[in-house]
Design a protein. Structure first.
Length: 136
């Protein structure tokens, strides 16, 4: 069964991340991953979709990732219910954009020091969630 990204109450995703996943990985590791991801994203053809100041995007994305992995609910506290599909509707995201976005995460996951098992959990989560964001 698919998780419903529009569910306002949904703050973490136990389908993808086992109990203790966040604690084992740590907040800094997740922030590092997101930072590497954006270093690739700004070199990609998706760059114009994002604000000039990519640091804000980095914080929002890391806050969200920390939350879904079972960490503190920074995103909910700062930005409210996730509603990720709705938040992406203003941006024209087709399959080509999704693939490019995923390839930035592929490179970031290849770069970062982390167990293959944990990388797979993150990859599988992104692979499925990213399909919900395709809106064109
Ligand atoms: C399918 C490819 C995707 C593209 C092209 C894309 C693109 C974007 C763009 C252009 C923004 C607005 C700029 C910004 O606020 O940083 C954004 C925001 C965001 N995206 Fe994505 N995104 C994709 C998939 C995802 C996925 C799979 C997730 C998480 C599971 C995600 C999480 C976020 C978050 C947390 C924000 C900030 C929303 C806010 O609070 O304003 N994105 N994305």
């Amino acid at each position: 069964m698919n998780p419903d990204p529009e569910q306002p109450q949904q703050t973490s995703n136990q389908k993808y991340f086992p109990q203790g996943f966040f604690e084992a990985l740590g907040e800094e590791k997740i922030r590092e991953l997101v930072k590497i991801f954006y270093s690739y994203l700004i070199q990609s053809s998706l760059r114009p979709m994002f604000p000039d100041d990519i640091q804000e995007s980095e914080i929002k994305a890391a806050d969200f990732m920390i939350q879904v992995m079972g960490g503190p609910k920074y995103y909910l506290e700062k930005r409210g219910p996730a509603r990720m599909r709705a938040r992406h509707l203003p941006f024209a995201i087709d399959e080509k954009a999704r693939k490019e976005w995923m390839s930035c995460y592929r490179q970031a996951l290849d770069d970062i020091e982390m167990s293959e098992e944990n990388k797979n959990h993150i990859w599988n989560f992104l692979e499925e969630q990213s399909r919900w964001m395709v809106n064109r």
